[in-house]
Ligand binder design. Structure first.
Ligand SMILES: Cc1cc2nc3c(=O)[nH]c(=O)nc-3n(C[C@H](O)[C@H](O)[C@H](O)COP(=O)(O)OP(=O)(O)OC[C@H]3O[C@@H](n4cnc5c(N)ncnc54)[C@H](O)[C@@H]3O)c2cc1C
Ligand SMILES: NC(=O)c1ccc[n+]([C@@H]2O[C@H](COP(=O)([O-])OP(=O)(O)OC[C@H]3O[C@@H](n4cnc5c(N)ncnc54)[C@H](O)[C@@H]3O)[C@@H](O)[C@H]2O)c1
Length: 476
C-alpha cells in the first residue's frame, strides 16, 4: 500500500455542483485547492437528480401545455415516445461520464483526487483511492465538506425484498413499469409521479399527509393534486405503508389502514439524509450521520479554530442546486478573505454571508401545473410573527395566461411585509409560471419598495402581468 501526504490551502470533499463551485472560487482567490470525489464529478445533481429528472419532465410539461392550445392540441393527442424521452434523459444527464468536468477543474488548476475522503482530525483528510492506496491531505486554511445527501427510506418490514426505487432509480430507469407506487408527497414524489405517469405507468401516490407539497402555500398542492389526478395518477392521502413483499415479480404493499396495493415497482421519495456517516466526523468531535449546522459564513458550528466549512445539501439550509452554488460562491470568497487577512463583510446581505438562504430561496416544482415560489409562505409569516398582508389573484384572469392556454387554471399569492412595505414572499402555481420566478426573487432579495414596483410595467399580454394585478389588488 502506498501512502503520500500533500498540503493545500483548501481541501474540498465532494465534487457535486456545490463542491466544484467552492473549489473554483477558492482557487480564484489565489488558494491552492484540491477536491476529492468518490463517484462522478457533478454529483447527484448532474447524473441522478436535477438534470435527469428535468430531462424526463420537459417533454411531459411541454405536451401538457400544448394540449391546451387550440389548433395544436390534436397534434399532441397521442402518447409520449417513452424510448425517445429516456434517450434524451441519458443525453442530458451526460450519462455516467465526467471527463469534461475533470478538464474544467484542470483548466482552473484545481487538483482532483478520486476516492473516498474522511476527516482524520483537525485540518486533515485521508483519501482511500480506487487502487487501494491512501493519500493524506493537510489543509493550511480550510476543509470544506460538500458531500450532499442520499435518499432516506423508512425501515419497513420487507423493504429488503422489494428492490425499492429511490430518486436514483426513478431518474435512471430504462424501462417504464406498468404500475408504479410512489411513497411521499414532496417535490421528488410529485415530479416523478408526473413523469412516469406520462411515460406510461399507472402511478399511485401514497401520501402520509392530507395534501401535497406541504412546505409550500396550500393552493399549490391543491392545484398540483388536481393536475396529477387529471393525468390519471391515483393520489391517496393520509395513507402509509405497513409492510412490503415481492412475490412473483410484483411488489405487494400492505397499507397501515388494512388496505393492499400491488405494483411493479415502488419508489420511496421520503426525504434525504446527509452523507456524513463515513466522513470521520468523530475525529473532530462531531457525530457521524448528523447534518452539518453552519453559521452564515458556512463555518460548521461547534468546531474550534474556524477551519471547517460545510456547503450545499449537507448543511440542510436549502436542498437545491442553485442555493448550494450560491453558498459555494460565498464560502469560496470568505475563505479567500480570511486566508488573505481581509475584513470579512458579514453584515446583512454582505459579500461574505448567505442572507438569501433565510429570506429569498427560489424553488420550482416542475409538474403540470408548475409551482414557483420564493421567500416566505403564509405559514412562515405566522410562525415568525411578521405583520404580513396576503394578496391573492386568480391567474386565469390575467390576459397573458388566457393567451397561454385554454381553460388556464392557476393562482398567485404575494405576501407584503407591512412594516417595510416590501414583498416578503411570492408563490405562483399554473402552467408557464417558472420563468416568472426570477422577477419575484429580485423583488424579494432586492427588498424593492412596493411604490417602486408599481413603476415596473409588465408587457401585455404576458403572464407577468400578474404583478400588476397583485399590486392593484393590494392597493384596492
Ligand atoms: C430527484 C431529484 C431532483 C432534483 N431536482 C432539483 C431541481 O430541479 N433543482 C434544484 O435546484 N435542485 C434539485 N434537486 C436537489 C439537488 O440535486 C441538490 O440540491 C444538489 O445535488 C446538491 O448538490 P451538492 O453538491 O450539495 O450535493 P451532491 O450533488 O449530492 O454531490 C455530493 C458529492 O459528494 C460526493 N461524496 C459524498 N461523500 C464523499 C466522500 N466521503 N468522499 C468523496 N466524495 C464524496 C458524492 O459522490 C457526490 O458526488 C433534486 C434532487 C433530487 C433527488
Ligand atoms: N424541482 C426541485 O427544485 C427539486 C426537485 C426534487 C427534489 N428537490 C429537493 O430535494 C429535496 C428532497 O425531496 P423529497 O421530495 O425527497 O423530500 P421532501 O422532504 O420534500 O418530502 C418528503 C415526503 O416524504 C414523506 N415521508 C417522509 N417519511 C415518510 C415515511 N416514513 N412514510 C411515508 N412518507 C414519508 C413526507 O411526508 C413528505 O411528503 C427537497 O427538499 C428539494 O429541495 C428539489
Amino acid at each position: 500500500m502506498n501512502e503520500t501526504t500533500r498540503t493545500y490551502d483548501v481541501i474540498v470533499i465532494g465534487a457535486g455542483p456545490v463542491g466544484e463551485n467552492v473549489a473554483e472560487r477558492a482557487r480564484a482567490a489565489g488558494l491552492s485547492t484540491v477536491i476529492v470525489e468518490r463517484e462522478l464529478l457533478g454529483g447527484e445533481c448532474s447524473f441522478r437528480a436535477r438534470d435527469a429528472s428535468k430531462a424526463l419532465l420537459r417533454p411531459v410539461v411541454a405536451r401538457a401545455d400544448a394540449r391546451r392550445v387550440p389548433g395544436l392540441a390534436q397534434a399532441v393527442a397521442g402518447p409520449l415516445d417513452a424510448g425517445a424521452v429516456l434517450a434524451h434523459r441519458d443525453k442530458m444527464a451526460s450519462y455516467r461520464k465526467d471527463e469534461d468536468r475533470a478538464d474544467r477543474l484542470n483548466s482552473v488548476s484545481v487538483d482532483l483526487i478520486r476516492g473516498h475522503g474522511r476527516l482524520d482530525g483537525p485540518r486533515r483528510v485521508r483519501v482511500e483511492t480506487p487502487d487501494g492506496g491512501t493519500i493524506t491531505l493537510s489543509a493550511r486554511h480550510a476543509v470544506v465538506v460538500s458531500t450532499g445527501t442520499h435518499a432516506a427510506v423508512p425501515a419497513l418490514p420487507g423493504l429488503d425484498t422489494v428492490r425499492a426505487w429511490t430518486s436514483r432509480e426513478a431518474t435512471s430507469a430504462d424501462k417504464v413499469p406498468g404500475r408504479l407506487a410512489v411513497v411521499g408527497g414532496g417535490v421528488v414524489a410529485v415530479e416523478m409521479a408526473t413523469a412516469w405517469q406520462a411515460l406510461g405507468s399507472q402511478v399511485t401516490m401514497l401520501v402520509l399527509e392530507d395534501g401535497l407539497l406541504q412546505r409550500m402555500e396550500s393552493f399549490a398542492g391543491r392545484l398540483v393534486t388536481d393536475g396529477l389526478r387529471e393525468a390519471g395518477v391515483d393520489v391517496r392521502f393520509t395513507t402509509s405503508v405497513a409492510r412490503l413483499a415481492r412475490e412473483n415479480g410484483e411488489v405487494r404493499i400492505a397499507l397501515a389502514d388494512g388496505g393492499h396495493l400491488v405494483a411493479d415497482e415502488i419508489l420511496f421519495a421520503t426525504g434525504r439524509a446527509p452523507n456524513t456517516w463515513d466522513l470521520g466526523l468523530e475525529t473532530i468531535g462531531l457525530t457521524p450521520g448528523d447534518w452539518l449546522k453552519v453559521d452564515d459564513t458556512f463555518r460548521v458550528t461547534g468546531v474550534a479554530d474556524g477551519w471547517f466549512y460545510a456547503v450545499g445539501d449537507v448543511n440542510q439550509r436549502a436542498l437545491l442546486t442553485h442555493q448550494g452554488t450560491y453558498q459555494a460562491r460565498i464560502a469560496g470568497a470568505v475563505i479567500g478573505a480570511r486566508a488573505g487577512g481581509e475584513v470579512v463583510d458579514d453584515t446583512l446581505w454582505g459579500t461574505h454571508v448567505a442572507t438569501a438562504d433565510h429570506m429569498a430561496v427560489p424553488q420550482v416544482v416542475f409538474a403540470h401545473p408548475e409551482v414557483a415560489s420564493v421567500g416566505m409562505t403564509t405559514h412562515d409569516a405566522v410562525g415568525f410573527g411578521h405583520r404580513i398582508k396576503v394578496v391573492d389573484y386568480d391567474l386565469a384572469h390575467v390576459a397573458g395566461a388566457h393567451e397561454y392556454a385554454e381553460e388556464y387554471r392557476g393562482q398567485a399569492r404575494m405576501l407584503i411585509d407591512l412594516d417595510r412595505d416590501t414583498v416578503a414572499g411570492v408563490t405562483f402555481a399554473g402552467p408557464g409560471v417558472t420563468e416568472l420566478l426570477y422577477s419575484a426573487t429580485v423583488a424579494v432579495a432586492g427588498e424593492v419598495p412596493i411604490d417602486r414596483l408599481w413603476h415596473a410595467v409588465p408587457a401585455f399580454p404576458t403572464i407577468g402581468e400578474i404583478w400588476l394585478r397583485l399590486l392593484e389588488t393590494h392597493r384596492g
